[in-house]
Design a protein around this ligand. Structure first.
Ligand SMILES: *Cc1c(COP(=O)(O)O)cnc(C)c1O
Length: 401
């Protein structure tokens, strides 16, 4: 995250609300991962749904990252940003079969997460194109139920209890399975989840002779609150290296290990700056009403996510207790009872950890304009997305009346 003076300068130059990303922090996180896994054959695929601005994709490419995509549009953005097809993993869920075929035609890695699709892919392409299979190992993981994907009710992946069925399809269609994948959720602090998952994946791998990689997905946690801990990737790296060494001794094989970090790479790099429009004293609380809402940052309302809020303009003001809300006609509370340095009307406030799933989940609800995005790179402040204009609201509307 950037220094406060720099953020104030961005707010003054580009206006608010504005998302600001610090390239240095992205690089720091990326380097932490590559260092932690230096004793493994690890590859990192940036889960770009967390933040897809083309400049962020290009920056990830320059760092040496690969790309994890969940829609064909993300795949096309990745190719446009300069990623080679073999650097792109396509992991769609519940998409039309033709979208998967399109991914195949673009030569990217295909990850299949449904029996019926596996069957159709096998019938159509046989062994002519390798696929990865997304398994659901049924490991409970993640910050909360909404962001957990490995549980029994999850729509993601093919249950490991359906392994026999998978094997039947592979055998009868001749499918070439080159990878196994799992992704059990987001904000996983317990590295045991990855290690247990890896044991399951390696066990399954013995049944498929051509496995080249095991993809452990992501869900690496970053601290949002003062008391939060980051996933201990260093220890995880050591343990995973040991597991693969042991597997190699036993089987003579050493598949690569892939990860798909989203939040871990971009969450902390991002700050979201807003302006305090009004201070409103009611009988029950003191509201700060800011020039934004869940149309710009929905995580607090959608996931009950905690984002640290600081007053950039009055950092040394006396601490006061506030309820921070947006200007949307809908209940849009960012935070209840939050201690913030005294807020005056027109102060700039900043939401921390706004890089992942911030701008990306924004909308034009209430016919408000989407914010601008700025990238801080080598002492430069680069505008990487213009703020919406009034014309943008009408862009795809067809005026027939
Ligand atoms: C969302 C997603 C990720 C990234 O999750 P984070 O919690 O942001 O790291 C990785 N892999 C897949 C398949 C995803 O859908």
């Amino acid at each position: 995250m950037a220094a406060n003076e720099e953020l104030i300068a961005v707010a003054k130059e580009f206006g608010t609300p504005v998302y600001v990303y610090d390239a240095n922090k992205i690089k720091e996180q990326y380097n932490k991962l590559t260092t932690a896994f230096e004793h493994t054959n690890a590859k990192f695929f940036y889960a770009c749904k967390s933040l897809t601005n083309i400049n962020i994709l290009k920056y990830m490419h320059s760092l040496g990252a690969n790309l994890d995509c969940v829609s064909i549009q993300e795949v096309k953005l990745g190719l446009k940003a300069g990623f080679a097809p073999e650097q792109i993993m396509f992991t769609p869920n519940c998409v039309d079969f033709e979208e998967i075929v399109e991914g195949k035609e673009l030569n990217v890695h295909i990850n299949i997460d449904n029996i019926s699709i596996l069957e159709r892919f096998g019938n159509r392409f046989g062994n002519s194109y390798p696929v990865c299979i997304r398994l659901n190992p049924h490991i409970m993981a993640g910050g909360n139920y909404k962001i957990s994907t490995g549980h029994i009710d999850s729509k993601f992946g093919i249950s490991i209890h359906q392994l026999r069925h998978i094997e039947r399809i592979v055998k009868s269609t001749g499918l070439h399975v080159n990878g196994l994948h799992m992704h059990t959720g987001s904000e996983i602090k317990d590295i045991g989840v990855f290690l247990t998952g890896l044991d399951v994946m390696l066990d399954v791998a013995t049944r498929f002779p051509d496995i080249e990689f095991i993809d452990l997905g992501s869900g690496f946690k970053v601290p949002y609150q003062e008391t939060d801990m980051e996933t201990d990737v260093k220890t995880l790296g050591e343990r995973i290296a040991e597991t693969f060494d042991k597997y190699e001794q036993e089987t003579g094989k050493k598949p690569d290990v892939w990860f798909e970090p989203g939040k871990y790479l971009v969450s902390e790099s991002g700050d979201f700056i807003v302006k305090a429009n009004v201070i409103k004293h009611t009988t029950a609380t003191v509201f700060v009403g800011v020039n934004s809402g869940f149309n710009h940052l929905i995580r607090p309302m959608f996931y009950e996510a905690y984002h640290k809020i600081e007053n950039l303009s009055n950092p040394h003001g006396a601490d006061r207790i506030y309820t921070v809300v947006g200007n949307i006609c809908e209940t849009d509370t960012f935070a209840w009872d939050r201690k913030i340095a005294e807020v005056r009307e027109s102060d700039f406030l900043v939401f921390r950890n706004a890089g992942a799933y911030g701008f990306e989940m924004s909308s034009n609800f209430n016919s408000r304009l989407k914010p601008a995005e700025v990238l801080l790179l080598d002492d430069k402040k680069l505008l990487i997305r213009k703020r919406d204009t009034f014309e943008d609201l009408l862009k795809n509307q067809v005026e027939v009346l």
